[in-house]
Ligand binder design. Structure first.
Ligand code: CO8
Length: 261
């Protein structure tokens, strides 16, 4: 379909879309045109009837080495403020209702780490290099790092990482719960991410979207409100065809044929 300059888009498995960040000369630094292409690709996957889940990856050497430092260097406060710089990154978390799996190998620094943290599921290689080094550039995380990393690892560890700019490995990411799984090589990582995406693509899209929605609510709501929100959505799913299809198939010991309705 599209001819992108900074990303590659494919459908490697049934129901699975893949975006590969492809700006190798700058270690996938996230310049504004790259983010615009990423948003456009994700919008297409969101509206596609054949796609159920999306994998986002970079290269073996770099998932993304951050926001584009050369683009940001001359930015002024008023230009950043009035242009709402970085706001468009959030489209990833608002426009895409389908599950997004980040497969991180190599550098995931600054905005690259934040981009990975925006995914619904994060997988990485053992040797992946995560970090929020903004402090070394005289600035701070600007795409949610201070919030999402803190929720993932707790305040003390997040403070240490963000105040020192020290990086952490894929192995640590997995141990701290930032990553759901860790892999030995880039090939195994990508296969693992695609396998998971394909598994998800085998389920009812209505149920998958609802599951993503309620888990994400847990990040914003107090426990009692979150549990109540979950129950409302759970009740609503009794209005879906797929709930009937899934439970009838179980009783008949058959494989469900989802209508996605
Ligand atoms: N921006 C622009 N260019 C970059 C970036 C970047 N973030 N990272 C790497 N590059 C470029 C290098 O300038 C170099 O280009 P050239 O060949 O023209 O000199 C090329 O990529 C290859 O990089 P290196 O030669 O440095 O490769 P090394 O293997 O020696 O080092 C590193 C790899 C350690 C990843 C190193 O490149 C590095 O430290 N990069 C910067 C990492 C960083 O500080 N990232 C945080 C950026 S700030 C940020 O993301 C702020 C987020 C705030 C809000 C959210 C978004 C904007």
């Amino acid at each position: 379909s599209h001819n992108y300059e900074y990303i590659q888009v494919s459908e490697p498995r049934p129901g699975v879309g893949q975006v590969t960040l492809n700006r190798p000369k700058a270690l996938n630094a996230l310049c504004t045109p790259l983010i615009n292409e990423l948003n456009s690709a994700l919008r297409e996957f969101q509206s596609s009837d054949s796609i159920s889940a999306v994998v986002l990856t970079g290269s073996e050497r770099a998932f993304a080495a951050g926001a584009d430092i050369k683009e940001m260097a001359p930015l002024t406060f008023s230009a950043a403020y009035r242009g709402n710089f970085i706001e468009s990154w959030s489209e990833l978390t608002t426009a895409l209702k389908k599950p997004l799996i980040a497969a991180v190998s190599g550098h995931a620094l600054g905005g690259g780490c934040e981009l990975a943290l925006m995914a619904d599921i994060l997988y990485c290689t053992r040797g992946a290099n995560f970090g929020q080094p903004e402090i070394k550039l005289g600035t701070i995380p600007g795409a949610g790092g201070s919030q999402r990393l803190t929720r993932a690892v707790g305040k003390s560890k997040a403070m240490e990482l963000i105040l020192t700019g020290k990086s952490f490995s894929g192995e640590e990411a997995e141990r701290w719960g930032v990553a759901a799984r860790v892999f030995e090589s880039y090939e195994e990582l990508l296969k693992g991410a695609l396998d998971t995406a394909e598994t998800i693509a085998g389920y009812s899209r209505v149920a998958v979207q609802a599951a993503k929605e309620v888990v994400n609510k847990s990040q914003d709501l107090a426990l009692r409100d979150g549990v109540e929100y979950e129950r409302r959505v759970f009740h609503a799913l009794f209005g879906s065809q797929d709930q009937k299809i899934g439970m009838k198939a179980f009783a008949e010991k058959k494989k469900p044929e989802w209508s996605h309705q």
